[in-house]
Design a protein around this ligand. Structure first.
Ligand code: ZN
Length: 68
């Protein structure tokens, strides 16, 4: 188990969710204490793309959104 660089709390691996969209196959490590997120470079790039995609979707493009 990793520890958080910010607060020393436990860091756990989670499924990425961006703007309500579950990003399959990409995970992020999140501090359970302060909520700091640790993406690897590939995931960070991917999340940026997804965020842009979702923002485009909000402008009217069709997108499939996962509702829990
Ligand atoms: Zn932390």
């Amino acid at each position: 188990m990793k520890t958080c660089y910010m607060c020393g709390g436990d860091v756990e691996r989670r499924i990425v969710e961006v703007e309500g969209v579950i990003v399959k196959g990409v995970s992020v490590e999140v501090c359970t204490r302060c909520g700091e997120k640790y993406f690897n470079t590939k995931a960070a790039t991917f999340v940026q793309k997804i965020t842009r995609y979702v923002n485009d979707a909000k402008k009217g493009y069709l997108i499939e959104v996962f509702n829990p």
